[in-house]
Design a binder for this molecule. Structure first.
Ligand code: SF4
Length: 328
């Protein structure tokens, strides 16, 4: 029997090439090796109450990108967190076995509390418990994480362990599948590509939009004139060539160092590479977007399959905690 992977991602709307090269491509690969449960965690998005007016649209747009990139209901369970309300019940039950001190120590809680002092809500403190509920509700064996998320997973393991020690073996302790995500810098060449920095190229951008955006990319700051030799190792355009023009990257490196290629031409090549590599994905996305009924069916079917697992786990937890599990 295949091991089960769980991963959740916030509904950030249309995905960008940073999301694609980081998480999405990895999700697609894992489908062949594991029994995968992938969830758009819309309740988590409420902890910051950002953009709630666009939550539905963002969830739908994100699912379009997932499907277009190759996540498929034939291989994975794809669903929206709030469509399986059992997770909220489990969250409450797990909160009874989670010492408050564990949650107040979480660095991201402290950071969020600093960033939104006007809204340090209960959900923000309980966020790691909800995340644990997401994982253990499906009895996931493995969670793909980047190094920065390891402390969160460790907390999930601690909560699962505590529940098991109090009420008997129930949850597998989820293991991390450490994934080295490539650091994809944004077009400004400074921060990681991300929506909050407005430095990204959406997967769904048109070829023309892609060209325009790429032409704004910051390159080697030391290269003032066309005749100045460049330093590809500090240039973000060069790092993106490694993903989108892998066959040309060695040539671009030497041409850049010898000032045999200008940054304008180099960016044009990058835009061509991105447009070529994403053509199939973009065509598929347009086809899925033209079939909203199909996307709704994928989500409904995913929720049904996820809920079938969730109900069994929840009944087991309720019984072990001394409750009378209702008929579901
Ligand atoms: Fe960067 Fe290309 Fe310009 Fe070199 S030629 S600095 S790799 S954009």
């Amino acid at each position: 029997m295949k091991k089960r992977v769980f991963s959740g991602a916030r509904p950030t709307g249309r995905q960008h090439i940073g999301n694609y090269l980081g998480a999405i491509q990895n999700y697609v690969k894992l489908q062949d090796e594991y029994d995968c449960v992938y969830c758009i965690v819309d309740i988590h998005a409420l902890t910051t109450l950002e953009d709630t007016g666009r939550l539905q649209e963002n969830t739908y747009e994100m699912m379009l990108d997932w499907l277009a990139a190759g996540l498929t209901p034939e291989k994975s369970i794809l669903f929206v967190q709030s469509h399986v309300p059992e997770v909220m019940v489990l969250h409450t039950l797990l909160s009874m076995v989670t010492p408050l001190g564990w949650l107040l120590r979480v660095p991201t809680f402290k950071e969020k509390a600093r960033m939104q002092p006007q809204n340090v809500n209960y959900g923000l403190v309980g966020y790691p418990v909800l995340m644990t509920a997401d994982i253990v509700l499906y009895k996931a064996d493995v969670v793909p994480v980047g190094e920065d998320q390891l402390p969160h997973l460790e907390l999930a393991r601690e909560i699962a362990r505590r529940f098991n020690s109090l009420f008997g073996q129930t949850f597998p302790e989820p293991q991390s599948k450490l994934t080295t995500f490539p650091m994809v810098r944004g077009l400004n060449g400074v921060q990681k590509m991300g929506k909050s920095y407005d430095n990204y190229v959406e997967l769904a951008a048109t070829p023309e939009e892609t060209r325009k955006l790429v032409m704004t990319a910051v390159t080697d700051p030391a290269r003032q004139y066309r005749t100045d030799p460049g330093h590809p190792e500090v240039c973000n355009v060069y790092s993106l060539h490694q993903f989108f023009n892998p066959n040309r990257v060695a040539g671009i490196e030497s041409e850049c160092r010898a000032a045999a290629i200008g940054c304008v031409d180099c960016k044009k090549l990058l835009a061509e590479g991105i447009n070529r590599e994403l053509k199939e994905l973009r065509d598929k996305r347009a086809a899925f977007a033209a079939k909203p009924k199909y996307v709704a069916e994928v989500l409904a079917d995913g929720a049904k399959r996820a809920q079938a697992i969730a109900k069994v786990t929840l009944a087991e937890v309720e019984e072990k905690m001394g409750l009378i599990a209702p008929k579901r």
